[in-house]
Design a protein around this ligand. Structure first.
Ligand SMILES: Cc1ncc(COP(=O)(O)O)c(C=O)c1O
Length: 410
């Protein structure tokens, strides 16, 4: 390979040609729709297109499909009854319905608690509630492994705490929170407990009926259903006000004609996810572990982030010191591999991941972090390809990086 100073230096020289079919390791962002889900949906978009509220057989068929999907979502979540499932337009809407719906049902309570590592669907909403609606929000911190301090939670709870919202598993690191213990503490205080379960559902076994969780968000496109469909579990007896008011759909908790095909597709996806949870915990975990250990062994100055013993089976978040995640992603994409970085490119500046910052990681590690998130559709050959393709990419980027210690005078 030519040196960076040389005119003929070419970042791509010697890197492998991308495989014909791209390698997708970004399943925490979105997943491919399962063929069984597509098969379910097509007739509902073509032949059986009725409105579930209509009084004819087209409507009845559509209504049956929604009812069947509700049963499948109930089964995946381990809810005690189908009436506890409200279909929504995705994870963000479910989170908003849970939090705002609870606040509106408890107008005298003006305090809520969440964590500093939530998805923007919750964090953005909480900031808006503080800034524009006069609510007070406590953001719980995490330790260097990504875990909450339960004493901090106990101290933060107040008489006027309407709701506590904590994610089941972190979308960037995969770290799993002990929502069961959190729920017991929240319940003792008499507050409502919401879990953003978008990354946990389908990857971890669930039994909501015997948990202390009152509200649980789910998103179709994270478990091989289409985008724009989701669900909120509302424990029987938990009061929420609707965000979308109008018709009587979803027992008055979410007005609007149901997205029948996507709901039915999500039902099938939940059924498949339930059947695949064991596979997720063995085959996908093995692939993830092979990828992680292969990369850590092949590339120096790297570390895996988040508690290694308490993570989603499909996720690894690796920091490559001294380089920017975006550079890695661009070159990975050129060799046919899709992954993701925690940094967000906002107004021209690269903001490092709020999750890794909350865990106290230094600048050199937050900037070069990459998340690989796998699914049951990934293979060992794909993992081995990445273990081979990534080391020369990192080597090249480190030659030109302004963060490199050896190049600190840049
Ligand atoms: C933890 C978590 N919550 C909520 C969401 C938002 O879900 P949706 O994209 O369906 O709105 C995501 C999406 O990445 C997520 O990872």
């Amino acid at each position: 390979m030519t040196e960076p100073g040389n005119k003929s230096f070419n970042m791509m020289e010697g890197l492998p040609e991308p495989p014909a079919k791209g390698i997708y390791f970004d399943n925490n962002a979105t997943t491919p729709v399962a063929p069984e889900v597509v098969e379910k949906m097509i007739p509902l978009l073509t032949e059986h297109f009725g409105n579930p509220s209509s009084m004819h057989s087209f409507g009845a068929r559509a209504g049956d499909e929604v009812a069947e999907a509700r049963e499948k979502v109930q089964a995946l979540l381990g809810a005690s009854q189908t009436s506890e499932i409200v279909f929504t337009g995705g994870g963000s809407e479910s989170d908003n319905l849970a939090i705002v719906g609870t606040l509106h049902a408890k107008p005298r309570k003006k305090h809520l608690i969440t964590t500093s590592v939530e998805h923007p669907a919750v964090l953005g909403l909480c900031r808006d509630l503080e800034k524009r609606h006069g609510y007070e929000v406590t953001y719980l911190g995490v330790d260097e492994r990504g875990h909450l301090d339960l004493d901090e939670l106990k101290q933060a709870l107040r008489e006027d705490t309407a709701i506590v919202s904590v994610m089941m598993a972190n979308n960037e690191t995969g770290v799993i929170f002990d929502v069961e213990t959190v729920g017991r503490i929240v319940r003792e205080n008499g507050s409502v407990f919401h879990v953003d379960g978008v990354q946990g559902a389908g990857k971890l076994p669930l039994d909501l009926k015997s948990s202390s969780i009152d509200l649980f968000s789910l998103s179709g496109h994270k478990l091989h259903a289409p985008k724009g469909v989701g669900a909120l579990y509302v424990r029987k007896g938990t009061k929420i006000r609707p965000l979308i008011v109008g018709g009587h759909q979803e027992r008055g908790r979410r007005a609007g004609t149901e997205n029948v095909a996507s709901i039915a597709g999500m039902g099938v996806a939940c059924e498949l996810a339930g059947a695949n949870v064991t596979q997720e915990n063995t085959m996908v975990r093995d692939l993830r572990d092979r990828l992680e250990s292969g990369l850590l062994a092949a590339i120096g100055d790297t570390q895996a982030n988040g508690d290694p013993d308490c993570r989603l089976p499909n996720t690894t978040n690796i920091s490559f010191k001294f380089i920017e995640g975006e550079g890695i992603l661009l070159l990975l994409d050129r060799v046919g591999v899709a992954a993701s970085s925690g940094s967000a490119c906002t107004s021209g500046s690269l903001e490092p991941s709020h999750v890794l910052r909350a865990m106290g990681l230094p600048f050199t590690l937050t900037h070069g972090s990459i998340r690989f998130s796998l699914s049951r559709y990934n293979t060992r050959d794909e993992v081995d390809y990445v273990i081979k393709a990534l080391p020369p990419i990192i080597e090249r980027l480190r030659l030109i990086t302004p963060f490199n210690e050896q190049r600190a005078t840049f």
